[in-house]
Design a protein around this ligand. Structure first.
Ligand code: KE4
Length: 434
């Protein structure tokens, strides 16, 4: 178990910061024990304040597809940061990154940068409501789109991890007035019939459907064969804005995200994480006819002091430039496949019931009987006590998985064959112990 200086720093942090962390899942409440206080990171490794090094499969929740402190990203940041950190005025690099993203995502004709995924989804939904003149939104149970009030309903990520604390009526958080969520309709992920039924009934009121094209906040849950295509058809038929929340899948699943992977176009797309190269960023973009409603041209207001911040945008630009080498995705897929197959093999050998959902370089090891995990209801049946043991046994062997069963694990370009071999080997011993 983690102790020593990590423990001391955690105690100190808790005096000044709620639960000692700036985002709930980091407090290790779901897995127990003391969170690692990170001193530095490089490639696939993180180092805690006691100089222990760990193979990192959290990778800043998916942001670091190139690994920690990729030399070319750091070089670009070093070159620009001395010329200024924030001007509150337009810079050329913002246009360069916007162009890069519009080229990668044909459905994005115009894009605006913000500072987080939460701002991206919040702004996209306001835009969809402004564009359609309708108020209701459809989201899916277990999906997480950031912490805007009306989205904290049966949401994934930390809200699911700590769901016992949050089950206040239907909204998942205290402080969200009931009438703030009255326009939010929550349906089961992968249930197209439920969507058809509700859209038929409320078609005059529904502004948008927002979906994680691959859910990653109830653990990784893949879309069923016709699910995304079905949503696309329903939105065409009823003039509903289809919003793909690609904060995780954007530039992760493929260079053009889930839309390239599944050959589908969203009306609006939300991005974050990877496009900031490890700096705070978010973005939302899509059809010109919708984006033109944004202030100051249009009447949908949205703003941000550090939006399009040149440091983060430069880091993102450098990151996407490297990702244009499509072999990267092939290699990531192969490495992740080897890792997951090895883990599955060892669970079988030791008789531990797991189900692994994997796509590209993101995956989740669910501790559950062998049937598939295709929605929130199934994900909630996983054995979080076993995940907790798995997490800590792996941590003892210096392998860092996300501190919650309901988060995704990620590989990066920096993860080596050696990292993967070690993880597979350790998983055998860990499965035997738990
Ligand atoms: P941020 O506001 O945290 O930058 O992004 C919100 C968000 C939106 N959409 C999706 C699909 C997301 O996964 C997220 C944030 N992801 C979580 C991890 N699952 C962030 C980690 C945290 O909350 O500490």
């Amino acid at each position: 178990m983690v102790g020593g200086l990590n423990k001391l720093l955690f105690q100190e942090a808790k005096k000044y910061i709620p639960a000692g962390v700036n985002s709930p899942v980091r407090a290790f409440k779901a897995v127990g024990g003391i969170p690692l206080f990170i001193k530095k990171a490089k490639g696939s490794k993180i180092y805690d304040v006691e100089n222990n090094s760990y193979i990192d499969y959290c990778m800043s929740w998916g942001a670091l597809i190139l690994g920690h402190v990729h030399p070319l990203v750091i070089k670009q940041v070093k070159n620009v940061i001395i010329k200024g950190t924030s001007f509150g005025a337009p810079t050329k690099i913002e246009t360069d990154l916007a162009k890069q993203i519009c080229k990668a995502f044909p459905s994005i004709e115009k894009i605006r940068f913000v500072n987080s995924g939460t701002e991206a989804t919040m702004s996209a939904i306001r835009l969809a409501r402004g564009y359609t003149g309708k108020n209701k939104i459809i989201k899916f149970a277990g999906c997480y789109h950031g912490h805007a009030d009306y989205l904290l309903v049966q949401a994934g990520s930390g809200l699911t991890t700590f769901r016992s604390m949050f089950n206040v009526q239907r909204s998942m958080s205290l402080g969200v007035p009931k009438d703030f969520i009255k326009h939010t309709i929550v349906l089961p992920y992968n249930d197209l019939n439920a969507v058809k039924k509700v859209v038929k009934k409320y078609q005059k009121y529904i502004a948008c459907i927002i979906v994680e094209p691959v859910a990653a906040n109830m653990g990784v849950v893949l879309p069923k064969e016709d699910f995304l295509k079905g949503l696309r058809e329903i939105c065409n038929q009823y003039k509903i804005v289809l919003i793909f929340d690609e904060v995780i899948t954007g530039f992760r699943l493929a260079y053009g995200g889930a839309q390239e992977f599944f050959k589908l176009n969203a009306d609006l797309t939300c991005l974050g994480k990877i496009i900031g190269g490890g700096f705070p960023i978010g973005a939302f973009g899509g059809k010109k006819e919708i984006m033109r409603l944004l202030a100051p041209d249009g009447a949908v207001y949205q703003a941000g002091t550090l939006s399009g911040n040149p440091v983060g945008v430069n880091a993102g630009f450098a990151t996407l430039k490297i990702l244009q080498n499509r072999n990267i995705y092939k290699r990531l897929e192969e490495k992740t496949n080897v890792l997951c197959s090895g883990i599955i093999e060892n669970a079988k050998k030791t008789g531990v019931n797991i189900f692994v959902n994997r796509i590209g370089s993101m995956f989740t090891v669910f501790f559950i009987d062998k049937k598939e995990v295709h929605n929130y209801q199934r994900a909630l049946k996983s054995n979080t006590q076993q995940y907790k043991k798995f997490f800590h046994k792996m941590l003892e062997e210096k392998i860092y998985f996300p501190p919650s069963q309901f988060e995704a694990s990620f590989l990066s370009v920096a993860h080596t064959e050696k990292d993967i071999e070690k993880t597979i080997k350790v998983s055998y011993d860990v499965f035997r112990k738990i």
